[in-house]
Structure formats: structure tokens, C-alpha cells
Write a protein that binds this ligand. Structure first.
Ligand SMILES: *[C@@H]1O[C@H](CO)[C@@H](O)[C@H](O)[C@H]1NC(C)=O
Length: 382
């Protein structure tokens, strides 16, 4: 499904039933679609009305696996695809039996969200209810108020739009303006029309907005906060100069990672600032990394070496009860690749972010480079 209201209702309904939802990219087709669908061992496919042709293409394979297929239409004449909208209309509004979700707890998987690597097929990051719940507080942390209106155009099948945007909005109880797809020419018109106060971004989007022809009404809007990641320092300055006094809140984190930073003070160029919350229960470090050998540098005893403040190092974050790493669905090999053992003492266990960062004396965090197989998942189709 693309970004549409049904996406939200269906997901909420699935959670109520105790189902785990695997959020598929609505642009993938045939082999990739089947791979992503199957790698979480999904049993049911629900598709938007506009995706019927894509579903029909993989229908024989789905039939073979005994998958039930629903499409969001009033009726459907294709054998093997059932319409869903008519059934929603007829469904009872009585409360569901709590028995249905009795086996779900905070550690249970709530979602699978796909992340890509530079090599190989997409991997499904397991997002537990705990992670979903914690991410939903980011909006509060950055000062979103109950009268704010958030504009969501980032795809709901990624963590940015779904976890931070949608779940954050649900947690705050704020109004969501949901757009199917990013449009540089319509962006500010939408913001004006719907009184948007909060926007989300990824680096390229901010550049696209700065590249649109200048207009007299560039500063005529109510947007006060932009939340996202990957904006370059030069774009950042240009954006503020052109579109006015918008607080840009650059964030660092990943769907599967167990550590995040927020640049809540708006210092240009930083992806985050260390916060007292980080001292409570989080244990992370920047360790020396050898880019030639593509591995951490070890000391004479075979342990990793913390870099001094102000120097670049690989971010690793201890895996523990409060900072879990759930890994990838049915993919122990990729999960293990993100685990680093015997980092500072024998037997310890860390999450390897694959990101080289620098933290200065004031605690500002700067992104430097990405190493190995990982890269930030930015959807080119937006
Ligand atoms: C936006 O705000 C203005 C002024 O407060 C109000 O008149 C208008 O109805 C609002 N628009 C929407 C779509 O809510």
C-alpha cells in the first residue's frame, strides 16, 4: 500500500488482532516483492487497489504457498484475490476478544521494516513493540505540542515516516497531513493549505526544496520544526535563509539500531548532541577503525580502542536489556554481522552501527562516513 488513510486503519486493526505487519515497499515488483513477502514468513497479503496488477503478477507463486490475498476494493473478480473494503463495511464493531493478542508482550515483533544494503537483497529489521513505543516519543523530546500538525510524505514503509512520523503523531494525538508522494512544487502549497507546523525530511528533499525557483511567498507558512536526517551544512544554511526561521532538528539513528542522537539545539552540521538520557542506561563508544582492513583496530590484548574526543571512530553500542538489538527476520547471518563481541572485555556484546562519527568537546555528534556493507536507506523513488 502506498501512503493512504487505509494504511493507518489496517495497521491499527492488525495490531489489535495481535498480528505482526511487514511493511512492503509499494514500488517493488515480481522477484523482489516475493522475496520481501516471504522472508518474514507472512501468511496474508493486503494490497492497495492501485496495486492489483503487481499482485496478479506474483499470484501464482502466492497461491502455491497458500497465501491469502486481499485487495482494498469493494469487489474483485480475479480468482485468488479477495476484496476487503466490503468486508470491512460488514464487520462487527464489537470489541475483539483480548485472547487474540494475549501472547503479545513488549518484546514481541510489532513490525518488519526493510532496510537495504549495498549488496544483496533487502533485510527485514525486526521492530519490537518496545522499539516502536520508544521511537514514538521522539516528537515529544523535540518539543512537538498537541496543537501541532505534521506533514507526512515520506513513505510509510520506512522508519522515518512510520515510526517517527505516524507513531509519534498517534502518541501525541496530533493531526497528520498524509501525502501519497513528495512533490517539490506542491510542498509549500500543502503546508499553507493545511496549516502544517512540523515537517520531516531526508537530506535530498531539503536540497530539492532549495532548488525550486524562488517565490515571493517562500516564507509564508506556519512550519516551525523540521525533523530528519542527512541535511548537508550548506543546504541547511540556504534552507533557513530562504524559508525562514524553522528549527531544524537533525537526528541520527537507524531502524534496527539500539542508539540514536538528536541535535535538539539546531547546531548546523551536527547530527546530534549527547544528552543526559544517554548517560542513563546507554553505553556507546567510538572505537578506532582501520578503513584499509575494514575492521576495528585492536590493542595488544585484542580489545578495541576508544578514540579521544574530537577524533573519528566507529560507533558501537552495547546490547543489553534496555538497549536491545532485535536483528533481521530469518537472517541470522546478517544479524550476526551487526554484532561485535569482546569489544572492551571478554564476552561483551555491541551493536556495530557501521557509521564513523566524531563527538566534540561540547558533545555535538558529527557524521563522518559509512563503512562496510551498510548504508542509510534512502528511498530513491521519493
Ligand atoms: C488554517 O488556519 C486558518 C487560520 O487559523 C483557518 O482559517 C483555516 O481554516 C485553517 N485551515 C485548515 C485546513 O484547517
Amino acid at each position: 500500500m502506498g501512503n493512504e488513510p487505509h494504511y493507518v486503519w489496517i495497521w491499527l486493526a492488525l495490531v489489535k488482532l495481535g498480528c505482526t505487519a511487514s511493511l512492503l515497499n509499494n514500488n517493488i515488483r515480481s522477484k523482489s516483492l516475493l522475496h520481501c513477502f516471504s522472508c518474514c514468513e507472512a501468511k496474508v497479503l493486503v494490497a492497495g487497489a492501485d496495486l492489483q496488477a503487481a499482485v496478479e503478477e506474483v499470484l501464482p507463486a502466492l497461491k502455491q504457498q497458500g497465501i491469502r490475498v486481499f485487495i482494498l476494493t469493494e469487489d474483485c473478480s480475479v480468482e485468488g484475490i479477495e476484496s476487503l473494503c466490503d468486508k470491512i463495511q460488514q464487520a462487527s464493531d464489537q470489541p475483539l476478544s483480548p485472547q487474540l493478542s494475549a501472547n503479545i508482550d513488549i518484546k514481541s515483533p510489532a513490525l518488519y521494516i526493510f532496510t537495504s544494503g549495498t549488496s544483496g537483497l533487502p533485510k527485514a529489521a525486526i521492530v519490537s513493540h518496545e522499539k516502536l513505543w520508544m521511537t514514538s516519543f521522539v516528537l515529544s523530546l523535540v518539543g512537538v505540542r498537541s496543537d501541532d500538525i505534521i506533514y507526512i510524505y515520506l513513505p510509510l514503509y520506512h522508519g522515518g515516516g512510520f515510526l517517527m512520523g505516524l507513531c509519534g503523531a498517534i502518541e501525541k494525538g496530533i493531526t497528520v497531513v498524509l501525502r501519497r508522494k513528495f512533490s517539490a512544487s506542491q510542498f509549500w502549497n500543502d503546508c499553507r493549505k493545511y496549516n502544517v507546523t512540523i515537517i520531516q525530511y531526508i537530506g535530498e528533499i531539503m536540497r530539492y526544496l532549495c532548488n525550486t525557483p524562488k517565490r515571493d511567498n517562500d516564507r509564508d507558512h506556519k512550519v516551525r520544526l523540521a525533523l530528519g536526517n542527512g541535511i548537508r551544512a550548506d543546504t541547511w544554511a540556504e534552507f533557513l535563509q530562504r524559508f525562514g526561521d524553522i528549527h531544524i532538528c537533525e537526528c541520527y539513528g537507524s531502524t534496527e539500531g539500539n542508539i540514536g542522537f538528536i541535535n535538539y539545539v539546531g547546531k548546523i552540521g551536527a547530527v546530534g548532541k549527547e544528552h543526559f538520557i544517554h548517560k542513563m542506561g546507554y553505553s556507546y563508544a567510538l572505537i578506532r577503525y582501520d578503513p584499509e582492513k575494514e575492521e576495528p583496530v585492536k590493542d595488544s590484548r585484542g580489545f578495541c580502542i576508544r578514540v579521544p574526543r574530537g577524533e573519528t571512530g566507529l560507533l558501537v553500542s552495547k546490547i543489553g536489556e534496555r538497549t536491545p538489538f532485535s536483528g533481521y527476520a530469518k537472517n541470522e547471518q546478517q544479524t550476526e554481522k551487526k554484532r561485535l563481541r569482546n569489544v572492551f572485555v571478554k564476552g561483551d556484546l555491541y551493536f556495530n552501527s557501521g557509521d564513523l562519527l566524531k563527538i566534540d568537546n561540547e558533545g555535538f555528534v558529527f557524521f563522518q562516513d559509512r563503512v562496510g556493507d551498510t548504508f542509510r536507506c534512502i528511498d530513491k523513488t521519493t
